[in-house]
Every structure is written in C-alpha cells, then in structure tokens.
Design a protein around this ligand. Structure first.
Ligand code: RTP
Ligand code: MG
Length: 137
C-alpha cells in the first residue's frame, strides 16, 4: 500500500552534517521516493500545530526551543508502507534505547536531540503533510 509520510531532520541532524547520511538511508529503501524536500526554519505557529499533542508536558517548551534553534529539513517520502517504515529506520524516541543500525541508535544520545521526526500513523501523516506542504495534499 503506497503512502506518504512527513519527515523532519531536526536541527541537530542539520548542524552535525547528517542530512546526506539520513536521507541516503531513506532513499535506498526499495521503491521509496522523495515527493518534496525543503531546508527551512520553523516559526512558532508551525511548531505549535505540529507538536500540539505535547502541549503542557514537561518537555514541551524545551522541545519548542530546540526545534527552533536552527533550520530543519522537511521532506515528504512516498512509497510502500512508508509510515511504519521510516519509524522503523528512525528507532525509538530514546536514542540510547534505539538499536544500533537505526538512525537514532547510530547517531543520538539525548532524548530531545534525536535527529528525526516521522509521522506515526496515517492520520498524523495527513495532518502533518497539510501543515508543512499544504500545496501537496
Ligand atoms: P517525533 O514526534 O519527533 O517523531 O518523536 P516520537 O514520536 O518518537 O516522540 P514523541 O513522544 O512524539 O515526542 C516528540 C519529541 O519530543 C522530544 N521529547 N523529549 N522526556 C523528554 O525530554 C522528551 N520526550 C520527548 C523528542 O525530540 C521527541 O522526538
Ligand atoms: Mg511523535
């Protein structure tokens, strides 16, 4: 089943020069293609829409600060079971709990600075695609 998912390479990934490494892993999956790609800074409104489900949690404000600390790469990836697939490539939220071989497991140590966001369901993907690439959906 072909799907689309919203992926963000977080500011730590961009600062550390890991854009090519991470996109390369996604690109190499059979049949997956990039439908959109953009380097940009996220304003407060976009971030609030994107991470609204976490508002009020202790990590929300630091997360907002981190996500606006530098540019991110926003991309739309299209292909077979891509929503579950990119989450698998990323690994669990906590990079220390993430297995080596996953993006977070290979490059991260800090829960907040975990390199990548990927939509977690079809519903989230539709919602997030509209926020970041309104012309595409
Ligand atoms: P994401 O939404 O960014 O793809 O990550 P996720 O689904 O794996 O994790 P989620 O629970 O949605 O949390 C969103 C992001 O908030 C930061 N976070 N910090 N305890 C903490 O300090 C904490 N917990 C979460 C991470 O950047 C996480 O990816
Ligand atoms: Mg999430």
């Amino acid at each position: 089943m072909s799907q689309r998912t919203l992926v963000l390479l977080k500011p730590d990934a961009v600062r550390r020069g890991l854009i090519g490494e991470i996109i390369g892993r996604i690109e190499r999956k059979a049949g997956w293609t990039l439908a959109a790609l953009e380097l940009r800074e996220l304003d407060q409104e976009t971030l609030e829409q994107h991470y609204g489900e976490h508002k009020g949690k202790p990590f929300y404000e630091p997360l907002m600060g981190f996500m606006s600390s530098g540019p991110v790469v926003a991309l739309v990836v299209e292909g077979e079971r891509v929503i579950e697939g990119v989450r698998q490539l990323a690994g669990p939220t906590d990079p220390i709990a993430a297995a080596p071989g996953s993006i977070r497991g290979d490059f991260g140590t800090i829960v907040r600075e975990n390199l990548i966001h990927a939509s977690d369901s079809e519903e989230s993907a539709l919602r997030e695609l509209k926020i970041f690439f309104p012309g595409l959906v």
